[in-house]
Design a protein around this ligand. Structure first.
Ligand code: CMX
Length: 134
């Protein structure tokens, strides 16, 4: 089941500069800054009471994130919804016609994730995330 918005991700060309902008705007420092090689990005995550803002800088020229940045410039890259069972939600949504970018969910640093292709969601890349229980 989808529980709410987990984060909104913004693609940027210079993570350091964007971090300064968002620190000033939001009045908080990022809770996490990390490189995620399997997603070909560096990221900074700002936690707010109602959700998170994630800044992404591509680290490879051929990634989908970099292609998007080159084509459309900086801006919103995806919206992430939190799921309480990402495998079940993905199965159900794929049955209903949504198109995943990978055949099934994968484990990432924040939890278990799957992306739905923007062509099946009216132009917005959607991530579903089930956080790992610590
Ligand atoms: N939002 C909306 N549209 C997007 C998009 C995005 N983020 N990224 C690509 N598109 C559009 C392109 O503009 C292009 O549209 P046109 O055909 O109209 O020109 C089309 O999608 C291209 O699709 P494609 O040829 O299937 O694929 P790409 O190689 O460009 O990759 C995508 C796009 C979404 C499949 C790829 O980026 C992907 O698999 N994303 C999921 C993983 C990801 O984004 N990881 C980074 C974030 C990780 C994190 O936050 O942890």
């Amino acid at each position: 089941m989808i529980k709410g918005i987990h984060h909104i991700a913004i693609v940027v060309s210079d993570l350091e500069a964007a971090m300064k902008t968002y620190e000033t705007l939001l009045g908080v420092k990022p809770e996490r800054v990390a490189e995620v090689p399997e997603q070909e990005i560096k990221m900074a995550c700002f936690a707010l009471p109602g959700g998170r803002i994630e800044l992404l800088e591509p680290t490879t020229p051929d990634s989908g994130v970099n292609k998007y940045l080159q084509k459309r410039g900086e801006g919103i890259h995806h919206v992430c919804f939190e799921s309480d069972d990402v495998d079940a939600d993905a199965r159900e949504l794929i049955e209903k016609g949504f198109v995943p970018t990978t055949p099934s969910p994968q484990d990432g640093p924040e939890g278990r994730i799957i992306f739905l292709h923007p062509k099946s969601t009216h132009g917005v890349l959607i991530e579903l995330l089930q956080e790992i229980d610590e």
